[in-house]
Design a protein around this ligand. Sequence first.
Ligand SMILES: NCc1[nH]cc(CCC(=O)O)c1CC(=O)O
Length: 316
Amino acid sequence: MAENITDRTIRIGTRGSKLALWQAEAAAEKLQAAGFKTELVIISTKGDQVLDKSLDKIGSKGVFTEELEVALREGQVEIAVHSAKDVQSTIPADLELVAFMEREQVNDVILSFDPDFKLERESNAVIGTSSTRRKALLKKYYPNISTAESRGNLQTRLRKLEEKQFDALMLAYAGVSRMGYDHLIVHTFPEYEFIPAAGQGSVAIECARNLEPELKKGLKQALNHTQTHVCLLAERAFLRTMEGGCSIPSFALATLTGEGVSITGGIVSLDGKILLQETLEGPTVAAEEMGEELANIILGQGGDEILRSIRAERGE
Ligand SMILES: NCc1[nH]cc(CCC(=O)O)c1CC(=O)O
């Protein structure tokens, strides 16, 4: 008789930051509820080690994922847990994303220790962020705002805020809420003005493609959130077609409508002067095709030119 798959201990590869550990624990709880035993294996990535450079200078591919992928390949862990946003749009052929966990609110937020901090069109505050998307969108909607680099885990960034390296800090609500910093939120950006990065707010579970099918099925049943999965397929297809990693100011947000799925996405030039954005709607079975189609529309409207000039500026 075949062994019961839930007798297996699932070794969960995770980065060591508090947010990463929170997300790995969330996965562990779901697995335990399904009867699996679990064990966390902490693995440090280049993105955790190199803190003096912005991400677009370290290189856009797998900054937070590569070492975890090596551990999957070498069989040191059964799954790796990532912020979906940090997972490159094309993953290596011998690995796969087996599940996406239920998405948190997707919005970007501003944190400040000054409860009276107000973000207005004329504001000239300094905001901490290292994201090219956030910098470019801030330039578009808040032309007098300046930004300061804020790499590092959430605790490091909050320390920089405390040290007044900037007046306020821009982050994803998901991480802020998971770390219990909600009380510092002074502004929530509407998600259709500041459209989040593809995948923001969801946790992706990666495994080796050759993991036993029964085990893969069990992992998927325990961890996957079907609605989130559909939206993430659309957003990741958009990102893949745009050929944008985390260092490109593109954005995409898919949501389920009554009958199907709606995806809004686009790109903004680094100076905030050109914003291309479109929405497509269709049946959930066509989620990936819609993401691709949306990217091709945006590229055709001049998105390709924006990408070319960003690459030229960076000397790529
Ligand atoms: N690139 C860093 C990163 N990756 C995932 C999150 C937050 C959690 C999430 O969006 O899932 C963050 C920090 C941030 O953008 O504020």
